[in-house]
Design a binder for this molecule. Sequence first.
Ligand SMILES: C[S@@+](CC[C@H](N)C(=O)[O-])C[C@H]1O[C@@H](n2cnc3c(N)ncnc32)[C@H](O)[C@@H]1O
Length: 229
Amino acid sequence: MRFDVLTLFPELIQSHMDYSIMKRAQDDGIIEVITHNPRDYTLDKHKKVDDTPYGGGAGMVLMPQPYVDCWEGVNIIGKSLTVMMTPQGEPFTDKLSDELAEYDQLVILCGHYEGFDERIREIIKPREISIGDFVLTGGELPALCLIDSISRKIDGTLGKIESAHDDSFSDGLLEYPQYTKPREYRGLEVPEVLLNGNHKLINEYRKEQKIERTKNKRPDLYKKWLDNN
Ligand SMILES: C[S@@+](CC[C@H](N)C(=O)[O-])C[C@H]1O[C@@H](n2cnc3c(N)ncnc32)[C@H](O)[C@@H]1O
């Protein structure tokens, strides 16, 4: 899958992609991440990409020309979708991550400052996505949330794809508690059931734990899960 990210700060995207699982996924050719800087498309000799808002108000607004020209310069491949990172968008969820993982290409618009001139929305008509009801300084962290989460859904990104299937939200519940060595730490023991090798009992224990912790930690999810089961 290919991600084309329009950003004024490509290094912010690169810094995350240069490590760990995301780096390996790129090295293995499972994902490709390409950044495009709207500043390279400005027609202004000072490379200006933002200006003051019409009507007054604080902050700077991203100008349409560098963003639209930059977007039009992206090579489209296969099944492609353009998304805009904005706190005004639809909430990003595990379900949406599954849906977006079906595309061959995502073109991601990252804003900054006060955000986008409205005409960028009108011309590009992106799907608008938010990572939560709070406001960050820029769209790079939200874009990385999408890229990271979607990449995990693609076969080959994780060492064992099963580990994504068991994750929180995959079946509407939070994940069961996990333990590793040592067997006892500061007087706290790993539950006996996990040590006996009986996979039927282990699966039953984990299912109960998933339900119990979802009920306690996320009553909203629990209610949804009950309604669907
Ligand atoms: C300071 S924000 C602009 C917020 C805008 N003035 C508003 O109130 O809707 C700058 C940029 O950060 C990104 N951003 C900030 N919070 C976000 C969120 N919760 N989800 C997705 N993107 C976000 C967007 O790309 C946005 O254009």
